[in-house]
Ligand binder design. Structure first.
Ligand code: FES
Length: 267
């Protein structure tokens, strides 16, 4: 017997000869997404396994790609939470956080849309047929695991707190307190990361989900409103934070490697 769901999945499409009826340049979005994500993943992979130029000793700048630095290979001053992982070329210095950050982004509602469309062509765009003969959505393994996003959200909050703490500790110079362009960049990145994290759909649910009457929960209503405002630009935060992460890392690497000197305002 065929259920309503099965028949919806297997129903033939309308009998039209054309592959689709869109006349706009619908391939542009998926192509740009593939290029952008591929470039970022290539850069991030190189940096994570480079295991160098991640810490500026004079100003205590630590790149977010190496935070928290928990490998025995980390410079002791950069390891704000201890060094307990073995030093091995294949173990990232921030192996404690990177897998969860990756999982958080991979299961993000926006990124799902991005890579389902761009990499899996499932479907590549609205009103364009799926690139695969069968569509099972997220009802089976491994895509069923996308449901873990709500738990990765909590871990992402913890990692954002770590990044915030790194930025606080970076107000440093050899004479004590210090402020430079690196601080501005580190803080801009942290603020943007919070905008992305607090605009998460799971965050909205944590703030305002399962309530029958917002009027009886004014604080949660305000938090939900705040999260919803961020959520309405979730795609924008998703891309801006990819850029800010890479730029912050690039700046710290350039200062740490001695390619440039940090512009100092104080100290
Ligand atoms: Fe994008 Fe949660 S939905 S981070």
């Amino acid at each position: 017997m065929t259920t309503t769901e099965d028949s919806a999945v297997s129903s033939p499409r309308a009998a039209i000869a054309a592959r689709n009826l869109r006349t706009d340049n619908w391939r542009r979005g998926p192509i740009l997404t593939v290029l952008g994500i591929t470039a970022w993943v290539a850069y991030a992979t190189f940096r994570v396994f480079y295991q160098g130029d991640y810490w500026v000793a004079d100003y205590h700048y630590l790149t977010p790609f190496y935070s928290p630095c928990v490998s025995e290979g980390c410079v002791p001053e950069s390891a704000h939470f201890g060094r307990f992982l073995p030093d091995h070329p294949l173990i990232p210095y921030a192996a404690l956080s990177l897998p969860f950050l990756l999982a958080f982004r991979l299961t993000c509602y926006y990124y799902r849309k991005a890579y389902y469309r761009s990499f899996w062509l499932s479907p590549p765009a609205c009103a364009v047929p799926d690139g695969h003969p069968r569509y099972t959505g997220e009802t089976r393994f491994p895509l069923l695991l996308q449901n873990f996003h709500r738990y990765f959200f909590y871990l992402a909050v913890a990692i954002s707190l770590v990044n915030t703490w790194d930025a606080v500790l970076a107000f440093h110079s050899p004479d004590g307190f210090g402020l430079g362009l690196g601080n501005v960049i580190l803080w801009a990145n942290v603020v943007l990361l919070w905008c992305y994290t607090l605009g998460c759909h799971s965050c909205r649910h944590v703030m305002g989900g399962r309530l029958k009457h917002f009027s009886k929960h004014p604080v949660r209503y305000r938090l939900w409103t705040f999260s919803s405002a961020l959520n309405s630009r979730h795609m924008m935060w998703a891309w801006i934070t990819l850029a800010s992460l890479a730029l912050t890392d690039c700046y710290v690497m350039a200062v740490a490697a001695g390619w440039i000197t940090d512009l100092r305002f104080i100290g």
